[in-house]
Write a new protein. Structure first.
Lengths: 255, 472, 209
């Protein structure tokens, strides 16, 4: 089984430590991972901005690069969902017609991969610890698109894969929030198209976290963290923020 | 499905709705935004508790969606069946292609009956058609009898929510409106007292009405009747007293059978307000003795939406408002910011079809979080439709040129990995050099409220090449 | 533009526009009531009270006393039940009922999941009274309480009368800053008198004011 890791453009450029942590976790779990070059982006930003057609070439590139892998692990819920929902619409260059659909079906997000295919037990063997009270933010696409937890609207049996993974980190205490899954307000181009509501939504999340004595924020999506931490820093709120991978790798709070 | 009730038709193109600007103005009052947001969130929570009390909730949603899809894909048959049964029940049935025709039909019925005083219960359709100003211009007194609608009517505003029309108003503001129009003492704002005054005021109107107009929550083809749901009993007071009853309905509201009502009614009030059922669920299957009952079936763009492969699912809507209550953007910008009769997520998928240029900003007033899709009792894929409308907006050229340029530039970068790496390195290098405040200014709307991320010296790709040289 | 033209235009547009057929879902199989669930009567009473109604379980001979209440001075009363006398003069004009104090009626069916009772009539005075009266009392037999609306629709005939309504509680509104006001435009009080059968499990007098 060949596995590739896709590191989204903004993580590659601005949050390399998260990608390093994700890679470290996968390697320690014995997953042999390639990080192929050639596809910087999955096409989601263009598509969500209304330029799905223009973004097709980007997605085609993605399919080209990742078509050969049995599994594509994406370090972002929103990118993973975009690929799963739209890769089937493109045709790989020089490849079979179904390459896009195949890539779509084989693409998953990191936490989903760790929970479903590695298992919490093996993740616990990493021996990670993080003795803090954390607020958990599952990105909306990771939540409702990847099915990482039961969304609060749905009347189905509760489950939470992220909470289960964090249960494998010694010392983590999870803060119960007033609104466990309200959107953080990033929304890609929404953050600049509707900046006032975007900022308000983010501030309201921060208020919920602080109101429940969270000492740190943990998320499945760096895009959400980029938005929330940008707000926190501007307002001089000291609330460290980490990706789940950083807790599992033991690099959270370490330089 | 768009006209605000107090907009007069204009020559030339109306100004496009600027949702971000309206949102900025709304958010200027932080405390009020919090109040509005909390009020609607509270209703969402009530919905959650009501839904949790029905073990087969998700099954009901699936059934409701399937029944509506069946009805819409057989709509002509059910409309014909409804008409035949309604006529057999002693109703008169009219058809209106658009808002204008609807208004003329209603006016015609009123004129023929010599009616000059009309009492209305809630009908978003008539709001959409601009019925009130049309009738008023023709000398008919129109009284909206739903309390929330009456309040906004007195204030000469449109409703800001399809179920809770005055949700954007504080009791002091209602008190001021009643003081101005109903003679209540200045400063009186206690809701029971205000509602008591409204009760007396509207009771007079019900008793004096020459005619009443209601909407329909559901039109049942099998029985030729319709259902009207209220908590106040206002629709019923109108129907029980006035000699003429006009019932206007969008053609998409027809459902096949009486038994289907159970599915929708079990979902409707729970989704809308968290109640198990509204106080009154009235079934009308014929005129009262001595009364004339007219039904007006209205298209006004619905057949156009039905023809849209990507968007016809939006016609399943049963007007519960749950999508508005759950939408973090609606809660923080208010219904008026959408500039459309129906606001919120459903408004943003129904309205652009009427005038894409005018409503171009609405599909972007969303983070595509998907909460609306998850609460919709008839499983409309709202977030997917919002995404698809965005493609139509840009294809039609209604996006600012700067944005198009920015996207095309970024796509060009992503398609050229070396160029992307160089650009990224340059950006990081620049950020490390620039003092914070310049970085803030440089990042435009992002930077007004947020810091940019600290710039690392090395990208992940660069680290990987150095630290995993043997790996692809 | 003639209206006949409108009908044909619209139907033609619908036929041209409609998407490929979707079939009706298969008939629903009602879930069995789990053991340990509250009885239908208890569920009905709880739901009716949550909607703001007063609920009393009584025998038929108590109806008059309960309907008229503690205050037995003559008032404007319209009643369709034998146990309570109508005091308003006969009329065919519903407007005459504007100052009606009390309306009493029988209901053939109650719905446990939402505390509603079905009230249907062809009588214009009874229909108006249901909404004009300040107080409404509905009498329903415990044996006619069904679990859900699915069961209700299987038993009632909506076409039997031009008017029929599920009524759950007194009229209300929350349109002024979400504050609940009981007695919006319609009645301010609703009392449901449930004529109980013997041996109902756990049925006690369940009244609330």
């Amino acid at each position: 089984m060949t596995t590739a890791l896709f590191v989204p453009c903004y993580v590659d450029q601005f949050f390399p430590h998260v990608a390093i942590a994700a890679l470290t976790v996968l390697e320690r779990l014995g997953v042999r991972v390639d990080v192929p070059e050639g596809a910087a982006c999955c096409g989601q930003p263009s598509a969500n901005a209304g330029y799905a057609r223009e973004g097709h070439s980007t997605l085609e590139r993605f399919v080209d690069v990742y078509a050969q892998y049995d599994r594509v692990v994406v370090l972002s819920g929103s990118c993973a969902v975009h690929v799963r929902q739209h890769a089937g619409e493109v045709v790989a260059h020089g490849g079979a017609d179904e390459a896009g659909a195949r890539v779509a079906e084989r693409t998953t997000e990191l936490c989903a991969f760790l929970h479903d295919e590695i298992g919490v037990q093996r993740v616990a063997e990493l021996g990670a610890s993080f003795r803090k009270r954390v607020a958990v933010h599952i990105g909306c696409h990771a939540l409702r698109g990847m099915g990482l937890a039961r969304p609060s609207e749905l009347q189905v049996r509760p489950f939470d894969k992220v909470r289960a993974l964090l249960g494998a980190v010694r010392g983590v205490e999870i803060a119960e929030l007033a609104r466990p899954d309200e959107c953080c307000g990033f929304g890609g181009t929404f953050a600049v198209a509707e900046p006032d509501i975007s900022a308000k939504m983010g501030r309201d999340r921060l208020r919920d976290y602080r109101g429940h004595d969270a000492q740190a924020v943990v998320s499945t999506d760096v895009s959400c963290l980029m938005h929330l931490s940008g707000l926190a820093r501007r307002e001089r709120i000291g609330l460290p923020m980490y990706h789940v991978a950083e807790l599992l790798a033991g690099t959270a709070g370490v330089a | 499905m768009s006209q605000r009730s107090f907009e007069l038709p204009v020559l030339g193109r109306p100004t496009p709705v600027d949702h971000p600007k309206a949102a900025r103005e709304f958010n200027a009052d932080v405390a009020r935004t919090d109040w509005h947001d909390e009020s609607l969130w509270f209703v969402r929570e009530k919905r959650d508790r009501a839904a949790a009390s029905v073990p087969e909730w998700e099954e009901l949603r699936a059934r409701a969606s399937a029944i509506k899809e069946h009805a819409l894909t057989h709509l002509d048959e059910y409309l014909v069946q409804f008409e035949a049964n309604a006529l057999a029940n002693g109703m008169q049935v009219h058809w209106a292609r658009d808002a204008d025709e609807h208004n003329r039909i209603v006016h015609g019925i009123l004129s023929e009956a010599g009616a000059r005083r009309l009492v209305k219960s809630k009908s978003m359709l008539t709001e959409e058609c601009g019925l009130n100003p049309y009738l008023e211009a023709n000398g008919i007194e129109v009284i909206d009898s739903d309390l929330g609608e009456r309040i906004v009517q007195l204030r000469r505003e449109g409703p800001s929510h399809i179920v809770m029309p005055a949700i954007h108003l504080k009791k002091e503001e209602v008190g001021a409106t009643f003081h101005e129009h109903l003679g209540t003492p200045e400063g009186l704002s206690e809701p029971n007292a205000l509602a008591g005054v409204a009760r007396e005021h509207l009771r007079e109107k019900f008793l004096a009405a020459d005619a009443t107009l209601t909407g329909m929550n559901f039109a049942v083809a099998e029985s030729g009747g319709f259902v009207v749901c209220t908590n106040e009993g206002n629709a019923d007071l109108g129907m029980a007293l006035a000699p003429v009853h006009i019932a206007s309905v969008g053609i998409e509201k027809v459902i096949p059978r009486v038994e289907d009502l159970a599915v929708f009614l079990r979902l409707l009030a729970r989704s809308a307000t968290g109640q198990a059922v509204t106080v009154y669920t009235t079934h009308v299957h014929g005129p009262r003795a001595g009364q004339a009952l007219h039904v007006v079936l209205v298209d006004n763009g619905r057949t156009k939406q039905l023809a849209r492969e990507e968007f016809w699912g939006s016609l399943k809507c049963i007007r519960c408002g749950a999508c508005m209550n759950t939408c973090p953007i609606y809660r923080r910008s208010g219904g008026h910011s959408y500039g459309s009769t129906v606001p919120g997520p459903i408004g943003s998928v129904l309205t652009p079809g009427l005038d894409l240029e005018r409503y171009a900003s609405l599909p972007f007033a969303s983070t595509l979080c998907g909460s609306c899709t998850a609460v919709c009792p008839v499983k409309i894929d709202l977030d997917r439709q919002l995404f698809r409308w965005r493609q139509h907006v840009t294809e039609a050229g209604h996006t600012p040129r700067a944005k198009t340029f920015a996207i095309k530039t970024s796509v060009a970068l992503f398609d050229r990995p070396r160029l992307f790496r160089a650009a990224g390195a340059l950006a990081r290098f620049g950020l490390r050099l620039m003092p914070g405040f310049i970085a803030r200014m440089a990042s435009g709307p992002w930077g007004r409220t947020r810091d940019v991320p600290p710039a690392p010296s090395q990208s992940f790709r660069a680290w990987y090449r150095t630290n995993r040289p043997e790996r692809p | 533009m003639s209206e006949l033209g409108a009908r044909e235009t619209i139907l033609h547009a619908v036929r041209a526009a409609r998407p490929p057929a979707v079939s009706l879902p298969a008939p629903r199989i009602a879930p069995a009531l789990a053991s340990g669930q509250p009885s239908l009567l208890d569920a009905f009473a709880a739901a009716a009270m949550a909607a703001g109604a007063a609920v009393v379980i009584a025998a038929r001979d108590e109806v008059s006393r309960l309907a008229l209440g503690a205050d037995l001075t003559p008032r404007n009363v319209l009643s369709t039940v034998a146990e309570v006398r109508t005091t308003v003069p006969p009329s065919q004009d519903p407007h005459a009922l504007d100052s009606l104090d009390l309306f009493v009626a029988d209901s053939p069916l109650g719905v446990a999941e939402n505390g509603a009772v079905w009230v249907a009539t062809s009588d214009v005075m009874h229909r108006a009274a249901l909404f004009l009266a300040t107080r409404v009392v509905i009498v329903v037999d415990a044996a006619t309480i069904v679990p859900t609306l699915h069961d209700a629709y299987a038993r009632i005939d909506v076409r039997a009368h031009p008017f029929g309504a599920f009524v759950a509680g007194p009229s209300k509104t929350a349109d002024i800053e979400q504050s609940l006001v009981i007695g919006a435009h319609g009645p301010k009080e609703l009392t449901v008198i449930v004529i109980g059968t013997n041996g109902e499990s756990g049925a006690q007098q369940a009244s609330r004011r």
